[in-house]
Design a protein around this ligand. Structure first.
Ligand code: G3P
Length: 245
């Protein structure tokens, strides 16, 4: 079972910052998840929310700022344990830390209602610009239109269906949608991670990864029911990688 660091080692350092990614690498992570947005001047950057309200206390959207403006804002401000200045990093800065040791990289593209037109082409060009990067990449998005555009642009790109507002009732339609877009992975919330659901999804041919698993007892249960990976803010959740492989 993969233990995927979720926004870096985000229990210990401000999420999606260079500090959080460097710490995840230091803790031994080889599998990484992070969120991709685009600035007003077209740079790919890593942050979870579309705006900076929660992380920096600023009522501004990433899409309305140039990178020169964005990089002056402290997105560690919300992180009480360590609020020292960290800016929203550029995607290539994050890659310079995590890509060399990475076995698997999950780019979650935040593009609800196509708020960043052309982000799919831009990310594909980036993935192809570095040897070996495309092969270890899986792209996910809560926005199904975004997944479809990625598929149209690249038949080879590995995609992950990301269940939004899923329930047990909606699982079969979601599996159909995931198949239609040619996804290889199915990512869903811990509240739905029961043996029956996970078994159904795996039987349909997908690898199943569960978010967000921060308690050891939940991690052990995920292993028990045959989950392929867990997203965790604590990449050290199971000690010294005892359940990897
Ligand atoms: O990509 C898995 C998980 O991170 C999805 O939820 O809200 O953290 O983007 P969220």
């Amino acid at each position: 079972m993969k233990i995927i660091s979720h926004r870096g080692a985000s229990a210990y350092a401000p999420e999606n910052t260079l500090k959080a990614f460097a710490l995840a690498v230091e803790m031994g992570s080889r599998d990484f998840e992070f969120d991709v947005h685009q600035t007003k001047d077209g740079l790919l950057v890593v942050h979870h929310d579309f705006d900076l309200k929660r992380t920096a206390g600023k009522d501004v959207f990433i899409r309305d700022l140039t990178y020169a403006e964005l990089k002056k804002i402290n997105v560690a401000a919300h992180f009480k344990r360590d609020p020292a200045f960290q800016c929203v990093p550029r995607l290539e800065e994050v890659m310079s830390i995590i890509e060399p040791p990475a076995a698997w990289l999950n780019f979650e593209v935040k593009n609800d209602n196509n708020v960043y037109p052309g982000i799919e082409e831009k990310l594909l060009a980036f993935l192809r610009s570095k040897p070996g990067l495309f092969e270890k990449t899986v792209v996910s998005s809560f926005d199904h239109g975004t997944l479809k555009r990625f598929r149209e642009l690249s038949p080879e790109l590995k995609l992950a269906y990301l269940g939004h507002g899923l329930s047990a009732m909606l699982l079969l339609p979601a599996i159909k949608k995931a198949k239609a877009v040619g996804a290889v992975n199915f990512h869903m919330a811990l509240r739905l991670a029961f043996k029956l659901n996970v078994g159904r999804i795996r039987k349909a041919g997908f690898r199943v990864c569960i978010y967000t698993v921060n308690a050891k007892k939940d991690a052990l249960r995920m292993k028990e029911i045959g989950v392929d990976g867990i997203f965790s803010n604590h990449p050290d959740i199971l000690g010294k990688w005892t359940l990897k492989g």
